[in-house]
Design a protein around this ligand. Structure first.
Ligand code: PMP
Length: 442
């Protein structure tokens, strides 16, 4: 099956989505699919949100697009103001783009320009983590630690080094406290900075809760605070990629708020447009902005569709739904119910090694052996089988893994809409259990 749309080549191989109805997508045969993963953590308001639809119609009646080289727009200004008001301390500027990879590219270039403008031209290296994903454009791909995605493009990728992710289930030692493990994992950054030479390093990039490559793996308490201290000690920018885990997915508008950490830059996308429009953003501190303003006065970057009025209008309506309609506490509440339902269903399952996550961002890791945590042989393609069985059952979920890294296994990522009802949590876990058991039996 082709993995992307290539015009006529997908006809007949994929069902045609014709309608959205709350947490469900409906295909041309009338079959309903419960969206248990929001595609890939995109559709946080489901597929038929009235407020977003109205906002889009209203904006279309005013102006759809005016190039940012000439104009700003009311929705873009309002969006920036609202994001800044809700962002971690120090974040003071917003750069609107069209998606996650664009946000990460902008972050890398802004970091480099910041160091040039502040007289530190030797700083150009990026440190990131293994088992991370930051996008598919070349800079973002270089930053990510997903070897399977990187392998064939390696000659085109700028040099980036990767340390271990904070992955409690696999890496916390027997008898080690969470705190001690978090410190130990963070110390890898210190060691890597020293190895490269602090004066050559410009940024450390990480997802506060790892999404696609590990299946909703949150950092242990204290890890990110230690990372912040290490970056500060060496004058390195901390870039947190919240493209997947941000915009309320964890029960906080920005995931790092729960960790009590304020980064220098944050990237967001996915849930910001909730699938109604393609939009992403790079947020940065006032200090970074002021350095560029006082220097060349111009960030050497840009895309045609930046600050698109329709996209910004959708994002404003999405933010209003999340913040004004009580969806953050709802994510925490329904997230706890989803966690409980998963534990109830899979807690004793012989091939479920770990159930984890925050809010409505949950992961289930599959293992051949629970005692030894041995993963399944990637050749078994368990994750692809689970995806197919779930889809046949009418459930969209996001299984991954197996092929990424020899030591790590298959997992299923769940990121349902924030409006998910109790009965739909039941439907999700029942269908997922059926899919996993059928895939294991195949
Ligand atoms: N960063 C993270 C953490 C992501 O999960 C993704 C998308 N899965 C991206 C960046 C790239 O976003 P996009 O696909 O919108 O370019």
């Amino acid at each position: 099956m082709p993995n992307h749309i290539f015009g006529r080549s997908t006809k007949g191989t994929l069902p045609t989505a014709v309608k959205g109805d709350g947490c469900y997508l409906i295909d041309s045969s009338g079959k309903r699919y419960l969206d248990g993963s929001g595609g890939a953590a995109v559709s946080c308001l489901g597929h038929s949100d009235a407020k977003v639809r109205t906002a889009l119609h209203d904006q279309l009646d005013r102006v759809a697009f005016a190039h940012t080289g000439f104009f700003t727009s009311d929705p873009a200004e309002a969006l920036a103001d609202r994001l800044i008001a809700e962002a971690p301390e120090g974040i003071d500027r917003v750069y609107l783009v069209s998606g996650g990879s664009e946000a990460v590219e902008a972050a890398l270039k802004l970091a480099r320009q910041y160091f040039l403008e502040t007289g530190q031209p030797s700083r150009h290296r990026v440190i990131a983590r293994r088992q991370s994903y930051h996008g598919n454009t070349l800079g973002a791909l270089a930053t990510g630690g997903n070897e399977w995605r990187r392998a064939q493009f390696r000659p085109l990728l700028v040099e980036t080094t990767h340390i271990a992710p904070c992955y409690e289930y696999r890496d916390r030692a027997e008898g080690e406290t969470q705190e001690a493990y978090g410190q130990r994992a963070a110390e890898e950054l210190e060691a890597e900075i020293r190895r490269l030479g602090p004066e050559t390093v410009m940024a450390f990039v990480a997802e506060p809760v790892v999404g696609a490559t590990a299946g909703a793996v949150p950092a242990v308490p204290g890890y990110l605070r230690r990372i912040r201290e290490i970056c500060d000690r060496h004058g390195i920018l901390l870039i947190l990629d919240e493209v997947m885990c941000g915009m309320g997915r964890t029960g906080h508008l920005f995931a790092c708020l729960e960790d009590g950490v304020a980064p220098d830059m944050i990237t967001i996308a996915k849930g910001l447009g909730a699938g109604y429009q393609p939009i992403g953003a790079l947020l940065c501190t006032g200090a970074i902005y002021e350095a560029i303003k006082a220097g060349s006065g111009f960030f050497q970057h840009g895309h045609t569709y930046m600050g698109h009025a329709m996209a910004a209008a959708a994002a404003n309506a999405v933010l209003s739904r999340i913040l004004d309609d009580g969806l953050l506490p709802r994510v925490r509440e329904q997230g706890a119910k989803l966690d409980a339902a998963l534990r109830d269903r899979f807690g004793q399952h012989p091939h479920v090694g770990d159930i984890r996550g925050r809010g409505l961002f949950r992961g289930v890791e599959l293992v051949a052996d629970r005692e030894t945590k041995t993963p399944f042989d990637p050749a078994r393609k368990l994750n692809a089988k689970i995806k197919a069985e779930a889809f046949a059952e009418g459930l969209i979920c996001y299984p991954m893994g197996g092929t990424i890294d020899g030591q790590r296994g298959d997992h299923v990522l769940l990121a349902p809409p924030f409006i998910i009802e109790d009965a739909q949590i039941g439907e999700l876990t029942t269908k997922l259990a059926t899919a996993i058991d059928r895939a294991l039996a195949a």
